[in-house]
Design a protein around this ligand. Structure first.
Ligand code: PLP
Length: 369
């Protein structure tokens, strides 16, 4: 099905560069042969540069949630206590996943739209020394808040020596994340955001301390067993059939990311985010997150009085060919979200802001600007 080109401003999947889409059409190869081995090793080594890690790293054929599940079931046992830092929908869902696998979860809750506070993490870890791991979402896509992983890691690792598990699904490749320098034990991400690809691959890095935890972890696991991933990686394979088209595209995406340079990529995201925030405020709209913690990957806009998201989204799509995302969980109907990650450019951000400015009066908005 060929869809007309839209200005896809949701926070992933991102629209992809043409050379990445073209790579998907390569012929199938033997996934247990030498060409795949070469491709797997090369992609893994280059991904380590993007993760800023020399830890082991695995590529899983699954959406980001696959890597998130792997980050739980490979290091924990039923009955283990974990601290989940929660400031939005994705953190909440991940904590539910840990619970579903038998972890005893302490939820450290923050107002949605506010960042995780290192001091509160410190207080929770002091209160319950039996906590084994801390779960932290780097960039909470539902609130458009980026958490200060470096400062929180200083507490979790430096002061308490706990396992630190990071959801970097919407941050890796958009916002700096120093896996090794900050001491993140498990870092997870997905293909369809900062890594510039269509959905379908997820990625996880595993520190030596995480491997130690693996040895005693007793949660049931099979498809996402990282020990299995490791033993197959050692012979240049994945345990199960990999998405070959996405591996072809991954090669091209990594060429692009590393040729552009990570610093330049982060700067581009910062510039686009700034442009989006400024443009939206210029329309008289209020943003959910404070500038101090506002994400460079996505912006969440408060839905103004008198406006409903459904009609706004429809007008944007039908009349302006612009696709925005709604609010999730308890922010449903309260915010809408604009992605400026991956292959986004200034013209698309300006077009999106212009379209919102034109659409709002048609759906009941009375500007005070
Ligand atoms: N975590 C965050 C922060 C996300 O933004 C998303 C998806 O948007 C996920 C987890 C879930 O990833 P997936 O839908 O690829 O499974």
């Amino acid at each position: 099905m060929k869809m007309p080109k839209q200005n896809l401003r949701i926070p992933g999947p991102v629209s992809c560069y043409p050379e990445i889409m073209s790579a998907l059409t390569g012929d199938m190869i033997n996934h247990r042969g030498p060409e795949f081995k070469e491709m797997l090793y090369s992609a893994t080594e280059r991904l380590k540069k993007v993760f800023c890690t020399s830890n082991d790293l695995y590529i899983l054929t699954a959406s980001g949630t696959g890597a998130l599940e792997a980050s739980i079931v490979n290091v924990l046992s039923p009955g283990d206590r974990v601290l989940a830092c929660i400031g939005g929908h994705f953190a909440l869902r991940w904590s539910e996943m840990a619970e579903a696998h038998g972890a005893i979860v302490t939820r450290l809750e923050f107002e949605w739209g506010k960042p995780v506070e290192p001091e509160a993490v410190r207080a929770s870890l002091r209160k319950d020394p039996s906590i084994k791991a801390v779960m932290l979402v780097h960039n909470e896509s539902s609130t458009a808040v980026t958490n200060d992983v470096a400062s929180i890691a200083k507490v979790v690792k430096g002061e308490f020596g706990k396992l630190l598990i990071v959801d970097a699904v919407s941050s890796l490749g958009c916002i700096p994340l120093e896996t090794d320098a900050w001491g993140c034990d498990l870092v997870t991400t997905a293909s369809q955001k900062g890594l510039l690809l269509p959905p379908g691959l997820s990625f996880i890095s595993v520190s030596p301390m995480a491997w130690q935890a693996y040895n005693s972890a007793r949660m049931p696991r099979y498809y996402f067993d990282l020990g299995l991933a490791k033993s197959y990686y050692d012979i240049g394979q994945t345990p199960f059939t990999p998405s070959l088209p996405l591996f072809y595209a991954l090669k091209v995406a990594l060429d692009r990311l590393l040729e552009d340079g990570l610093e330049a990529v982060f700067t581009r995201h910062a510039v686009l985010a700034q442009r989006a925030r400024q443009g939206l405020r210029g329309l008289g709209l209020a943003l959910l997150a404070d500038d101090l913690c506002a994400s460079n990957a996505v912006t969440a806009v408060k839905i103004p009085e008198g406006v409903e998201f459904g009609p706004l989204q429809n007008v944007l799509r039908k009349e302006y060919n612009v696709i925005v995302a709604g609010g999730l969980g308890k922010l449903n109907g309260k915010v809408f979200r604009i992605g400026h990650m991956g292959a986004a450019d200034e013209a698309e951000i300006d077009d999106c802001v212009r379209a919102i400015g034109a659409a709002l009066p048609k759906v009941g908005f009375k500007s005070r600007v």
